[in-house]
Design a protein around this ligand. Structure first.
Ligand code: NAP
Length: 284
């Protein structure tokens, strides 16, 4: 039976450390600040934004919310980003995704000052991750590395398989595993022999967005299985990309959904906001 990697507990540790850092910075007159921009009224986005604001408050980070209507124009959004880029009390800018289809999300991300890009989605930060000279790491993949480290699992030389090649999870995840000396394979919807490739993985990361997609016959006995998925099963219940009940029986470690990768994403956002505040105030 696999050991559970407790994302809630690891995230609580990260958040406690962040809170201590914020306390020290605040004593020195620097209060880290995060601006969260949300456009439209997608209920899932609203929940994420509320959770991020609450987490900021708990860590002593100042936060501002900009809730804009669905009808916001590209120009209006770009003007707001420019304003936030210049705002001294704001160190991090997060634009909640997805934006309405009328808006050009790529252009918005590119407009964010890379020093305030706490999601690490700006091309300049993505490039930095590629060459291994980065200030910020994207929150979800960075959180996954923390989870793996929390169990002292050595990535060096391991066969790592990432299912999914999105810019926010799959690609940066593969890059971080590579930086940790894993031998990395990225799979996607056009991959042939997916089950066979997965079965070879010592560390398997599922970021597909399909409920219970990874079944036990795709998993090598003793593998470490990281489930990024936040899906709904046939009963509408939250579940991951991994068939947890059956995979748990053969893996050595596994992350649950909920309570695995999810809590880490917010914890790493707080960490990035503190890094941004330090850098912008020359406190390194
Ligand atoms: P995405 O942009 O939709 O990407 C999904 C990836 O899965 C794509 O690369 C796609 O391949 C691949 N895929 C789809 N069907 C496949 C198949 N049959 N075989 C192999 N690969 C397949 O999703 P995402 O944003 O990366 O998110 C993935 C999941 O993680 C979602 O459930 C999301 O909600 C969750 N998530 C969780 C957190 C968290 O904090 N826990 C954060 C972000 C995302 P193609 O590129 O070929 O289409």
């Amino acid at each position: 039976m696999a050991k559970l990697i407790d994302g809630k507990a690891v995230a609580a540790e990260v958040r406690a450390k962040v809170a201590l850092e914020v306390e020290e910075l605040t004593r020195n007159g620097v209060v880290p600040g995060l601006a969260v921009v949300i456009v439209g009224d997608d209920p899932a986005s609203r929940t994420y934004v509320n959770n991020k604001k609450k987490a900021c408050a708990q860590a002593g980070i100042y936060s501002e919310e900009y809730a804009l209507p669905e009808t916001t124009s590209q120009e209006e959004l770009m003007t707001l980003i420019q304003k936030l880029n210049l705002k001294k009390d704001i160190n991090g800018i997060l634009v909640q995704s997805p934006l309405p289809s009328t808006l050009d999300e790529e252009a918005v991300v590119e407009a964010i000052n890379p020093e305030k890009d706490v999601d690490a989605f700006h091309p300049s930060n993505v490039g930095r991750i590629m060459i291994g000279n980065f200030h910020f790491l994207p929150c979800t993949p960075a959180g996954i590395i923390e989870l793996i480290n929390s169990e002292q699992i050595d990535i060096t030389g391991k066969n790592c398989v990432v299912i999914g090649r999105s810019n926010i999870v799959g690609k940066p995840m593969a890059m971080l595993l590579l930086h940790h000396n894993g031998t990395v394979t990225i799979c996607h919807s056009k991959t042939r022999n997916l089950a066979e490739i997965c079965k070879n993985a010592d560390i398997l990361v599922a970021a597909v967005g399909k409920p219970k997609f990874v079944t036990a016959d795709m998993v090598k006995p003793g593998a470490v299985v990281i489930d990024v998925g936040m899906d709904r099963d046939m009963d509408g219940k939250l579940c991951g990309d991994v068939d947890f009940v059956n995979v748990e029986k053969i893996a050595s470690w596994i992350t649950p959904v909920p309570g695995g990768v999810g809590p880490m994403t917010i914890a790493m956002l707080l960490k990035n906001t503190v890094v941004a505040a330090r850098r912008q105030n020359g406190i390194l």
